[in-house]
Design a protein around this ligand. Structure first.
Ligand SMILES: *Cc1c(COP(=O)(O)O)cnc(C)c1O
Length: 371
């Protein structure tokens, strides 16, 4: 089946005895056992598995062409679970512009147990030359945050295969509709489901999908089920509900995104626009090869200093000045002031998540704010 259909039907796993078309929220923490000790409903205890979580995992696993999925209580927890599943002393090759929350896990939580290098992964030679005897994992993030750098998943997967490394891809900015890393050779895909999967800025969650149920995956599932950083049944219900419209929301984000990128690209007060769909994007050809469309995320440099840049975010009316992305409402954010003084993000950079409002209203708001 096609993604539009999977998104609507794959979460209807449970045939309800009361005839519900939409599966109910299973709040029960525990499940009846048989006379012979078995579990007729397929679940034992909700930390280990729960009908709503199984529905979510089944849906995202199918959308990403994986064999299995593990849902977590946040996107960041996906990083925690994968790093905890690696043997101590393992070396990781991560992007230099890695999502800062997950980079912070490596720097402050795993700094004594794991080794890591942050490299510019748009240069494959830098990845190859960073491989060490104890390297186990290449973590990529594409398109990346906040500069929308695009890394070549297929080429990096070839390197990972030759050196027997696991390739994990944070595909949050793309969503399963626009990019499927497993089909390009990745072993694990990660989504912060807080973003496009949730789509309404009202649930925090994360999910990992695996290409195969190998030994590392068993370790990750153990971290999920025994570690217990699981999403609630209500969170899973909300995500399944949201995913039903994901394909259509992505169409709108892509359509509006392209128009906003073109508008900004031609604006005299804008110094540069970073959007993989623009032909002047340095990795536009790679983006075209591995993405079906280019999404609603972009960033741009305001012509001027920090003051001029802050002025733009303070002058928008329709856009909310807030962090996060992937919701139906448009958001704008001055990344440098979120990331703090160690940030390498340019001080005049603004990141926008283009929402699903009418394009004329979105552009009119930017027009009055940019002056
Ligand atoms: C938001 C985000 C995360 C972290 O997810 P949370 O749900 O906030 O924990 C990881 N990677 C990317 C690319 C993100 O945008």
């Amino acid at each position: 089946m096609k993604p539009e259909t999977i998104a609507i039907h794959a979460s209807n796993l449970v045939k309800s005895t009361t005839g519900d078309v939409t599966p109910p929220i299973s709040l029960s923490t525990t499940f009846f056992r048989d006379e012979d000790g078995g579990y007729p409903g397929g679940h034992m205890y909700s930390r280990v598995s729960n009908p709503n979580r199984s529905a979510l995992e089944n849906t995202v696993s199918k959308l990403e062409f994986g064999e299995d999925a593990a849902a977590f209580s946040s996107g960041n927890t996906c990083g925690m679970a994968l790093f905890q599943a690696l043997k101590p002393g393992s070396h990781i090759i991560a992007p230099d512009d890695m999502y800062w929350g997950i980079k912070k896990q490596l720097l402050t939580i795993f700094n004594e147990t794991l080794e890591f290098d942050f490299v510019d992964q748009t240069d494959i030679n830098l990845i190859v030359s960073s491989i060490k005897p104890n390297t186990k994992l290449i973590w990529i993030e594409t398109p990346s945050n906040p500069l929308l750098k695009v890394t070549d998943i297929e080429e990096i997967a070839k390197v990972a295969k030759i050196h027997q490394l696991t390739l994990a891809c944070d595909s949050t900015f793309a969503s399963p509709i626009l990019q499927n890393p497993i089909l390009l050779g990745a072993d694990i895909v990660m989504h912060s489901s807080t973003k496009y999967l949730g789509g309404h800025s009202d649930v925090i969650g994360g999910i990992l999908v695996t290409a195969k149920k190998d030994e590392l995956w068993e370790r990750i599932k153990n971290v999920q089920q025994t570690g217990g950083a699981i999403p609630s049944p209500f969170d899973c219900f909300l995500l399944c509900r949201s995913i039903k419209t994901l394909a259509y929301r992505m169409k709108g984000h892509c359509e509006n995104g392209k128009k906003v990128a073109d508008y900004l690209n031609n604006h005299p007060n804008v110094e540069a626009v970073f959007y993989p769909g623009l032909t002047n994007h340095p990795q536009h050809e790679i983006a075209k090869k591995q993405m079906k469309d280019f999404g609603g995320m972009m960033s741009f440099l305001v012509r001027g200093d920090v003051e001029a840049t802050r002025k733009v975010v303070n002058q928008v009316h329709l856009f909310a000045q807030a962090t996060s992305l992937g919701g139906v409402e448009s958001l704008i954010e001055h990344r440098y002031s979120v990331e703090g003084p160690d940030s390498k993000t340019p001080k005049n950079l603004l990141r926008i998540s283009v929402g699903l409002e009418h394009i004329d209203d979105i552009i009119a708001d930017l027009e009055q704010a940019l002056g």
